[in-house]
Unconditional design. Structure first.
Length: 341
């Protein structure tokens, strides 16, 4: 029997084997190079910072924006005539309202307990109290001009802030920087809420504080947004419905702030008349301190008036007796007082 010829297959010698590395591949055991990060901030779908759409929205809502500007001007004049305490009081009211929108639900009494006695941080929701107090401080502070400066100030520009993020946000918002402050604030609010680089539980509160400060840069330290509900903060869709809700919600909040300041002015006149027979500077200083906050603790009253704790408590009891002030806690320690309007 003749032997069969062996089977041979001609194969190129230069073909790669299963474990060979291709010319464009890195070995499997090496970590892949990280992809280049995409520019921040990331705008959500729908063309958030499309300047043309925002310009059309602003033109369509010119009447709404004009009405808001008129009453915001009235509020600015009223605040200027009421002293710095009025801004602080309005900021605390706005921060407490924002906390209900974010889900923290911090009332004026809890905020006063924290600001006066530092009570509440050790509780389960202590972070919510601290966040709300932070919002009140940021709103009451003077707002720097320009988006980049406002973002850097929000993040903490003194060596702690992410200045690259401030630059990127300012660049992303540049298309609307020649529009009204209200429009810029609205666009910035929605942009900031879309940043997944910020922690979720901070994103909404930061966005509201930042947007309201930029929106008020004409004459107000901030534009109130949440005093009468959350319409300004919950709109979605294209720029026009967002800007419409922002303007209408802010307008309602501005009117509420004007009414609150009107009631406060009447209370101060009544308090001055009711304490005209009292000697010393403590009663007048105490009335000013009560007007500057929705609620006031004894520690804050002592610091504001420069009087002793005993003198502060004695005068507070006197104001309660004359129907000007009410004590809201009903307890013997860590008491809180509020104006009785």
């Amino acid at each position: 029997m003749s032997s069969s010829k062996p089977l041979t297959v001609d194969m190129p010698l230069d073909l790669p084997g299963p474990y060979d590395v291709g010319p464009e591949e890195a070995p499997w055991f090496l970590h892949a190079e990280p992809e280049e990060a995409s520019p921040l901030p990331r705008a959500p779908a729908g063309g958030l910072i499309e300047a043309g759409e925002w310009r059309l929205a602003e033109a369509a809502l010119a009447a709404n924006l004009a009405a808001l500007a008129f009453d915001a001007g009235r509020l600015a004049e009223r605040l200027a005539g009421s002293g710095p305490g009025a801004v602080q009081r309005l900021a605390q009211d706005e921060a407490a309202a924002l906390s209900w929108w974010t889900g923290d639900r911090i009332g004026a009494e809890r905020l006063a307990l924290w600001t006066s006695y530092r009570i509440g941080a050790a509780e389960e929701d202590g972070g919510a109290v601290i966040r709300t107090a932070w919002a009140a401080r940021r709103l009451a502070a003077a707002s720097p001009r320009g988006v980049r400066a406002a973002v850097a100030d929000l993040l903490g520009a003194e060596g702690r802030g992410d200045l690259d993020l401030a630059e990127e946000v300012a660049a992303a918002i540049r298309g609307v920087e020649d529009m009204s402050a209200v429009t810029q604030g609205c666009a910035l609010f929605h942009l900031w809420r879309s940043l997944d680089e910020r922690q979720e539980h901070l994103r909404g509160l930061e966005a509201a504080v930042l947007g309201s400060r930029v929106a008020g840069q004409g004459r107000l330290p901030f534009l109130p947004l949440a005093l009468t509900g959350f319409r300004a903060l919950t709109a979605s869709g294209r720029p026009e419905p967002r800007l419409r809700a922002w303007a209408q919600g802010a307008h309602g909040a501005v009117l509420a702030a004007l009414m609150s300041l009107e009631r406060l002015s009447g209370w101060r006149e009544r308090a001055a008349a009711a304490t005209a027979d009292l000697s010393g500077r403590t009663p007048a200083r105490l009335i000013a301190a009560l007007a500057a906050r929705p609620m006031l603790g004894a520690a804050e009253a002592e610091a504001e008036t420069g009087a002793s704790r005993a003198a502060v408590l004695r005068n507070l009891d006197l104001l309660v007796a004359r129907g000007l002030v009410r004590e809201v806690t009903g307890q013997g320690r860590f008491r809180i007082w509020a104006t009785k309007m």
